[in-house]
Design a protein around this ligand. Sequence first.
Ligand code: NAD
Ligand code: ZN
Length: 360
Amino acid sequence: MSYKNYPMVSRVIFGRGSFNQLGDIIAPKRRNIKAPFIFLVDDIFKGNSWLTSRIPLAYQDKLIYVSAEEEPKTSQVDKLTEEIILSFNERPSGIIGVGGGTTMDLAKAVSIMLTNDGSAKDYQGWDLVKNPAIYHVGIPTISGTGAEVSRTTVLTGPERKLGINSDYTPFDQVILDPELTKDVPKDQWFYTGMDCYIHCIESLNGTFLNAFSKSYGEKALELCLEIFLENSLAVEEAQDKLMMASWHGGMSIAYSQVGVAHAMSYGLGYLLGTKHGIGNCIVFDHLEEYYPEGVKIFKDMKAKHDIELPQGLCADLSDAEFDIMIDVALSLEPLWENAIGKNWKKKVTRDKLKALYSKM
Ligand code: NAD
Ligand code: ZN
């Protein structure tokens, strides 16, 4: 038995208003005045001076707005990387991602592709990245995915939706400023928050569970229940706690895995473009058989916050389309092994998945 030796985020700052310190934090990392910092910022903040006036642009630094309308694609990463290479004579001093999981994953992927040849699609998988990424900073503006702390960047490529999982993926610096999440719309708050809740349920009920994952998973779950079920916290306290729940949920799956909801949600995402947070909710709602207690509480939380999930997503799909989703879901073997156990292939059939997808 050989244990995995994981890298972690090397530096983290936490606190309301800590975003103001971004300039001081990155300044020592500027290699020279011709090596810019590139800020990838969710375009939801375009025209929002409360946030953008605090982005410390100097010398040739560049702010690029990116859309979170669709989840990141390998082709988009390649395009951004090329744009950056063509615009400057020097390699950038760093990439700073400001936004949700979509924007942070783009920042991670671009920082890797600036030092590695070829296309991002060549690196989807486990430990395929050869050269260290350039300095990269993650600044979440919505909480739940754990992308700020994880060792992966999830990309949709021509053949699959799969992460670039590598020792070079985690951020060198993260800024956790819960105030940045203050304008997240309620439905999106719920969907992305539930990503964290589902990480906990899948990790804590998985066969890969160990004391490391359990300690983080239990803490994240406790925080999620306080926020979404008891629903008695002051607004700011809930923002602070959800940001820490996201962090702990991400740490919990670092040393274990996610499970059935994520595997099936990747299928929905690949075929229909359903986004991660809402997709996980749509799937998880039908997984009583696998996670009875977790799904029961999920339904209570959904009712408490008046969340209506879309129905009938798969109503008009052809057999070939079901097959595509089933192929994507079943290809994520570690997730099924975690959820069901070593002999999962005997228990999880294509018919079973088709029956579940048909309900969604
Ligand atoms: P997101 O980044 O897709 O954003 C969701 C929506 O919220 C967007 O419309 C965005 O503009 C908006 N938004 C973000 N911050 C806001 C703010 N402060 N105010 C108002 N609106 C705001 O959402 P997400 O759920 O954080 O990320 C999903 C992505 O994360 C997916 O692409 C998924 O694959 C990825 N993911 C990555 C990991 C990882 O470990 N790398 C883990 C889970 C999910
Ligand atoms: Zn997730």
